[in-house]
Design a protein around this ligand. Structure first.
Ligand code: TUI
Length: 318
């Protein structure tokens, strides 16, 4: 294991993505207890909700865990304050440039690991002294950039001298082994943990992930400037139609379309509503067929990655 992953006290170099409304204190604690890094997703949640989930995780585990700050959140300043006071081990950030918060996290002894969609942002982050970056490809669920994991990870690895964690399209040990071969120090998986036993999303959402095929996601919000990958359902198809119609106007106004999306992830998680709810998931959903515990996910993924790395000896191929 890399020194960075060791410094986090992990058994497996695997982060659980800090999925908004999905990754609560219970899921994060289950992953951390099983030897990975559990991460609470703050999304658009108010700071009081984030504080409660941190307290839940602390009650359920003595192991280090993280919190993700979603930089587009209207509550970002208060969420940052809650995290600073809670002294969590790791902060990840998503959907923007976290530069202005990094000094405060570092001063509080919190490891900072921004999610980056490009080499440019990875370089900026490395220059201002973050501990590692998550290089996330557009295979991921939720808010995405435009690079694939296969192309982004090695380019980020070459551009920075801090650890790189690969994310996007990784759902089993083969994906982990491939990411390590690209130079990553570890991986982050989100969609795989949507199907964890300890992940309490609505059963309609979970079943949609388990039933999904390879081509069952689409990207909404590309015209608006906030692309997000979600499973195909009534909501996402309707959203795309409305978005395209708005984009074809002379002076596009996306206000009404954005209104459709507001709260849609929370509705998916809490009510399972497929008419107004966004089932965020990555392209690897098609690979995920069973609901298992976080401990089983981590053990099986690590065992398969180890077997792949052994099989990967050059003489087997060249
Ligand atoms: O953040 C994510 N994934 C997310 S956040 C989220 S919550 C949400 N809810 C409703 C609508 C939209 C989002 C759901 N999924 N992943 C990390 C990630 N960050 N992916 C891509 C980026 C990113 C994009 C641009 C990071 C930085 C960035 O920088 C732009 C800049 O300002 O330089």
């Amino acid at each position: 294991m890399s020194p960075f992953m060791q410094s986090l006290g992990l058994k497996y170099p695997i982060f659980q993505g800090g999925m908004a409304w999905v990754a609560n204190g219970e899921l994060a604690a289950a992953v951390s207890n099983a030897g990975g890094l559990g991460i609470i997703g703050s999304g658009h949640a108010p700071a009081t909700v984030v504080a409660k989930e941190i307290a839940t995780a602390k009650a359920l585990t003595d192991k280090p865990f993280g919190v993700n700050v979603m930089l587009l959140s209207p509550h970002v300043e208060e969420v940052v304050q809650v995290i600073l006071q809670a002294h969590v081990a790791v902060v990840t950030t998503g959907a923007g440039n976290p530069a202005k918060y990094i000094a405060a996290f570092k001063a509080a002894g919190i490891k900072v690991v921004p999610v980056v969609p490009s080499v440019g942002l990875a370089r900026i982050m490395a220059r201002i002294g973050v501990d590692a970056v998550v290089a996330e490809g557009m295979e991921s669920g939720g808010h995405i950039g435009s690079m694939t994991t296969m192309t982004l990870v090695p380019q980020v690895v070459d551009a920075v001298d801090i650890p790189v964690i690969a994310a996007g399209g990784i759902g089993d040990g083969r994906g982990v082994a491939a990411a390590l071969m690209l130079g990553a120090a570890g991986v982050q998986m989100g969609t795989r943990f949507l199907a964890a036993k300890e992940c309490h999303i609505h059963e309609k959402y979970k079943n949609a992930v388990l039933k999904a095929k390879d081509i069952d996601t689409l990207v909404t919000g590309a015209y608006i400037g906030h692309p997000a990958r979600v499973l195909k359902n009534k909501m996402s198809r309707q959203f795309l139609v409305a978005e395209k119609a708005a984009a074809l106007q002379d002076d596009p106004d996306f206000t009404a379309v954005e209104e459709l999306g507001n709260g849609s992830l929370r509705r998916a998680v809490e009510t399972g509503d497929e008419v107004t709810g966004s089932y965020m998931a990555g392209q690897i959903a098609g690979l995920i067929k069973t609901e298992t515990s976080c401990a089983t996910i981590l053990q099986e993924t690590a065992a398969q990655a180890q077997a792949c790395l052994q099989k990967g000896q050059a003489e087997n191929y060249f």
